[in-house]
Design a protein around this ligand. Sequence first.
Ligand code: SF4
Length: 429
Amino acid sequence: MNFSVYNFGCKVNQYESQVMTELMIKSGYTYTEDKENADIIIINSCTVTAVADNKVLKLMRHIKREHPEKVVVLTGCMPQAYPEKTAELMQADIVLGNSARQELPQEVEKYISNGERIVNVHKYTKSSDFEQVCVSEFEERTRAFIKIEDGCNRYCSYCIIPYARGPVRSKPMEVLKREVEHLAKCGYKEIVLVGINLSAYGSEFGLHLCDAVESVCAVEGVERVRLGSLEPERMDKEAIGRLSKLEKFCPQFHLSLQSGCDATLKRMHRHYTTDEYRRIVADLRETFENCAITTDVMVGFAGETEEEFSQSVEFVKEIGFAKVHVFPYSQRKGTVAYNAPNQLSGSVKAQRSKIMVDVTNETRRVFLVKMVGRTESVLFEQPTKDGYWEGYTKNYTPVKVKSDRMISGEIHEVLISSSDGESCMGEIV
Ligand code: SF4
């Protein structure tokens, strides 16, 4: 029988979709890209916002309406965070929590043999271990994402993720090293380390994220090492100093902000102030001459006044982010902020999103203009539809060039000649 996977959400989910794909293949199932003709559909869900939930629900309804014969597996953060609610979703034949991912092939086999619906979600506990999984390949051929940390102990007041992911657990260094060595042998030049709260890597056994980065940089064949989303804490001078000594390290810091207003940050239960954030950015810019600082910003959090929103906008302008993911606050049942007073209407959130997006488009434009005239090494990926080859600089600026031959997976020095507000153009030198 064949299967296909729908992946929603973050890079961690993307990694886990690959883990499930490899588990199914090892058990004798055949992977297909052709979702229409797949016998088994695995939906790896994200539940970070209500919009993410709705996308998953809509997809499941569609599949069961059009293809009632297909076996639908609902897995990922949605069943793990809301086990009772998802257990009632009859469009899913198998409901599998993150914690039961390893049991996927066996559960599919059981369902196929007796047709009885399965709900398998067990809660994480304080003693839950890091799931011992590795992947051997990715769809993309140049860059591999590796999950090195799972879980979060911080409980920001708006976030359901600690409930869906359990406590911080980290991939042991020797397992990480073996996985990276294998991927390097397969030709992956860039390794991206990701986690739910990546900055907390190794905290349960006295290690720091820098230890993981140093170990991956030491692997022969790896040419670049990049980090996923970071929390500002633990990004102190010592950590910045250690990272700056690594030639393969890519100076792109996705430093989660959420709000540029101290009062809002406090209500969000974030553990830093705008002053601290500002200092970290200054340290990064002083150490890494051409680093990119990117972030996530939430607008319309419960109780966010006009004045607070304006402070947030001004802070975002001041930092001058290279790129920002702007998203409206979404009330998640089970979180502290769910019952907070002064929830804002959808129209206010939409209005604020638009203002913030306009501001961040401008900061991105300014960042890209600063890249013009520089010569940067670019790792090329795929040809674009308009006849260019596109790749990324170490600070994750997208750059397009013309080339008569295939340059996928190659690193070239490129003189950047222009930018169009979204990416840059250049010539290989
Ligand atoms: S740090 Fe906060 S926002 Fe990030 S996963 Fe943990 S609880 Fe959620």
